[in-house]
Design a protein around this ligand. Structure first.
Ligand SMILES: Cc1cc2nc3c(=O)[nH]c(=O)nc-3n(C[C@H](O)[C@H](O)[C@H](O)COP(=O)(O)OP(=O)(O)OC[C@H]3O[C@@H](n4cnc5c(N)ncnc54)[C@H](O)[C@@H]3O)c2cc1C
Length: 452
């Protein structure tokens, strides 16, 4: 039987703490206990800043971080050639520096050093690789090319960068949370923020956290942040599988073909697993996602002689029109970190460095590269994408005409029958069958009536 659950969440215990039950005040309040929020809390607490972090879910690691592939690398697909060269340089270097200093702080059993590869199996993919290589050369990024890989199928080309890393993201979060708490951070789980005011947030139980500064690390900006022009953000969902195998690979792989695949191995509970995934689509626009799982299973059979994965799951991440994260001030005292485009494990480390500088009001040399909300050059693209409604969404909607209205901005949700969720096609909010928020921007549950 396939477990519809992340491999990383089989391991216990997760970090749980009490719900915040009283009004408190702090220097910096962080909403969201994923990679961004926790790394930032750790850095701030170490710097002597009084930090309070509130997490909506019952434990740390249940957001997207716990559903990721666990690659910590500055090789982010074929991205660098798609952004201006000066920004590409700062983006790459910021990730490299943040990763190196993070890895130095970790016990060695929490990560593995590997070579990261991007590869192609098609002519179109090969052209992207050539453009990325040209960018590496201009930026003096050390790399090598090869056609010989550990993959059980031929590649037209592969580009490797050594001294990259992979991890169990939930184990990393658990360790980092313990370090943050030891350094003095106050972390509350089961504490959903539902309202943001100029100097305080309100939780769903009515308690308030008063702050000097607020860092919104909720992955997608929550509903309270509507001023943020959420329309600029796109959300893409993709699928992952984990299957027991005999051997571990020395590298981790990502294809840059039009339909990308991600591949790595992991030792989990002392057993080797192959992680294999990809097949992304715009979140909330596909009502029947089962074919996405089926096609990955078919490829596992064909290439790896694996009849069924042991685990399969899906997750979504946020993309900005500039392809670069938004880590910046969005209102007086309020800052945001989002838009990681499936590279949030390392970009969260960058975010934690930038947010520390914002907390202490020190300039950071990379800050401007991550200030993109004011850049409206891709505005038209964003508007087009928000207007997009796929055929499969229409079919899903017709199958459940009384689908509930998303509590974020009032879009009709669609029923995702493979995962038993209500998915919003507009900004990616997801709700359980009984209407509870699985992920934002929505903060309020769905209003379900008996006709559904
Ligand atoms: C399939 C897939 C694979 C990926 N693989 C990789 C990879 O290998 N390497 C990599 O670098 N990146 C990867 N990513 C991207 C990476 O996982 C994310 O960018 C990163 O985990 C985001 O971290 P975060 O802290 O912003 O979000 P999250 O981990 O989602 O944390 C946000 C937290 O905020 C909480 N929250 C939300 N709303 C509220 C509220 N109102 N009140 C309180 N709390 C709230 C949520 O419950 C959640 O715990 C992958 C993404 C996907 C989709």
């Amino acid at each position: 039987m396939i477990m519809q659950e992340s491999l990383w969440l089989q391991q216990q215990p997760l970090f749980q703490n009490a719900t915040l039950q009283q009004d408190i005040s702090c220097d910096v309040c962080i909403i969201g206990g994923g990679m961004s929020g926790i790394q930032t809390a750790w850095k701030l607490a170490k710097a002597g800043i009084r930090v309070v972090l509130v997490e909506a879910k019952p434990a740390i690691g249940l957001g997207i971080t716990g559903y990721s592939t666990g690659k910590i690398t500055s090789q982010h697909g074929a991205k660098l050639y798609t952004v201006p060269l000066d920004k590409a340089k700062i983006y790459y270097n910021a990730n490299e520096v943040a990763i190196t200093s993070f890895i130095e702080k970790l016990p060695t059993d929490l990560y593995q050093e590997v070579t990261s590869y991007i590869y192609s199996t098609t002519e179109a993919g090969d052209q992207k690789l050539q453009q990325e290589i040209a960018c590496y050369e201009q930026l003096s990024i050390p790399f090598f090319t090869t056609k010989e890989t550990e993959l059980p199928f031929p590649v037209t080309s592969a580009v490797g960068i050594s001294k990259q890393y992979q991890c169990d993201p939930v184990a990393i979060l658990r360790y980092s949370t313990q370090q943050a708490v030891s350094a003095g951070a106050e972390i509350y789980t089961n504490s959903r923020a539902t309202k943001v005011y100029a100097d305080k947030i309100e939780l769903e139980n009515g308690c308030h956290v008063t702050f000097q500064k607020l860092f919104v690390c909720t992955h997608f900006p929550i509903a309270a942040m509507q001023k943020l022009r959420v329309m600029q953000l796109e959300i893409y969902r993709s699928y992952l599988t984990a299957s027991p195998v005999l051997d571990l690979m020395k590298g981790q792989y990502l294809s840059v073909d039009d339909s990308s695949r991600t591949i790595r191995t992991a030792l989990y509970n002392e057993k080797p697993y192959l992680l294999y995934g990809g097949r992304e689509h715009r979140a909330g626009t596909v009502s029947n996602v089962q074919p996405y799982y089926d096609s990955l299973t078919e490829e596992l059979r064909k290439h790896f002689d694996i009849s069924q994965p042991a685990f399969s799951w899906s997750a979504q991440d946020v993309q900005t029109p500039t392809q670069l994260p938004f880590i910046e001030q969005i209102a007086d005292r309020i800052f945001i970190a989002t838009g990681y485009d499936k590279w949030g494990l390392s970009n969260s480390l960058v975010a934690s460095e930038l947010l520390l500088h914002y907390a202490t009001e020190q300039p950071h040399p990379a800050a401007a590269t991550f200030q993109n909300i004011g850049d409206f050059s891709s505005w038209t693209k964003a508007l087009q994408s928000v207007g997009f409604i796929g055929l499969s969404f229409v079919e899903g909607y017709l199958a459940k005409p009384n689908a509930p209205i998303c509590t974020h901005l009032g879009c009709k949700t669609t029923w995702n029958k493979a995962e038993d969720t209500w998915d919003c096609p507009c900004h990616g909010s997801r709700f359980s069958a009984d209407g509870q928020v699985i992920e934002g921007p929505a903060v309020e549950p769905l209003k379900l009536d008996s006709s559904q």
